[in-house]
Design a protein around this ligand. Structure first.
Ligand code: TLP
Length: 345
């Protein structure tokens, strides 16, 4: 049976070029700053994102955590969207490990935070209140279906943050998907950000890792924070080598994932019970809501899994499918055939 794994772009496996680069990587002790491959990846990432410095971390979660720990002290406040990955899916690490207080505002369907609402929740100087330090946004926005925040929105957000002396962090786990979808250099999307985390291990297909980018001063702090959470790796060049291949070879092909997602969305939108606005699919994530009472979302997931098509329920009646390296057009055709079998039999 064919398997089409649309659960996440995290399931991607390293490419043959990555395996070769990993086997041949020059390594050293990275905690001592002596791993040439890690140093090269960090420098490449910083240059691509238009920042002074980079820091290789184990995961997107660690990248966001060390960024927040570096921007904020205990009792400081972060303004964050109610659908943000950092708010929903990172175990409240900012509070658990940093004593940082999240101030939650709703994410709109386009992934943005309403800037008037953001401004309204910035704390005035008052002995009763925490200090607001940071605004964090996610681009592309996962739980809003992979939607892209525009450079224009980012500029407005940056201006608001500067006006109030706040910093901006971008959870750019899929920032290259955003840049490729907009057809602009990734640096143009993060100009306003004081820090960004982006993932190597999602659409870019590396086996492990993420990079945090920012000013030299910020990255020096983030490097300390990475050490205290146990993320100081030693001969990490063996995995950083795959990250270098990811940046060199795997960015442009994200257009294929986006095209596959659009074809899949168009097919899904025609099925009975599927509620999906095709135009909402901007990158590689498709979220639809399930509107049939004769089958629960879990039953649909299970019936499709039996036919080899894997995807997730993300709560309530919402279901998510993600395209990525390793998913070809024929897999999309097969997936739609199986959906029709289950839903139109
Ligand atoms: N997202 C994963 C799951 O954790 C839900 C997925 O399958 O999409 N920011 C964003 C926007 C993410 O989507 C993720 C992972 C992370 C951060 C965390 O990255 P990792 O898994 O590397 O810690």
């Amino acid at each position: 049976m064919r398997f089409v794994d649309l659960r996440s772009d995290t399931v991607t496996k390293p490419t043959p070029a990555m395996r070769r680069a990993m086997a041949n990587a020059e390594v050293g002790d990275d905690v001592m700053g002596e791993d040439p491959t890690v140093n090269r990846l960090e420098a490449m990432a910083a240059e691509r994102l238009g920042k002074e410095s980079g820091l290789f971390v184990v995961s997107g979660t660690m990248g966001n955590l060390v960024s927040l720990l570096s921007h904020c002290g205990r009792g400081d406040e972060v303004i964050i969207g109610d659908s943000a990955h950092t708010y929903i899916y990172e175990q409240g690490g900012m509070a658990a490990l940093g004593g940082i207080h999240p101030r939650v505002v709703p994410n709109r369907p386009d992934g943005t935070l309403d800037l008037a609402e953001v401004e309204a929740v910035i704390r005035p100087d008052n002995v009763h209140f925490p200090h607001t330090r940071l605004i964090t946004v996610e681009n592309t926005h996962n739980r809003k279906g992979g939607v892209v925040l525009s450079p224009r929105y980012m500029a407005e957000l940056g201006a608001l943050a500067r006006k109030h002396g706040l910093r901006v962090h971008v959870d750019g786990a899929r920032i290259f998907n955003a840049a490729v979808a907009l057809g602009i250099p990734v640096a143009d999307l993060v100009r306003e950000a004081d820090s960004i985390t982006f993932c190597l291990s999602k659409g870019l297909s590396a086996p492990v890792g993420a990079v945090v980018c920012g000013s030299q001063e910020f990255i020096a702090e983030a490097r300390r924070a990475r050490k205290v959470v146990g993320g100081g790796m030693r001969q990490a060049g063996v995995i950083a080598a795959a990250g270098i291949v990811a940046l060199n070879e795997m960015v442009e092909r994200l257009v294929d994932d986006h095209a596959n997602a659009r074809v899949l969305a168009a097919g899904l939108a025609e099925l009975p019970g599927v509620e999906l606005r095709e135009e909402s699919v901007q990158t590689n994530i498709i979220i639809f809501s399930w509107q049939r009472s004769d089958m629960t979302p879990q039953q649909l997931v299970a019936a499709m899994a039996k036919l080899g098509v894997l995807f997730f329920s993300i709560g309530g009646n919402r279901l998510r499918l993600v395209t990525h390296y390793g998913i070809e057009r024929e897999d999309i055709v097969y997936t739609l055939e199986q959906f029709r079998r289950v839903l139109m039999a």
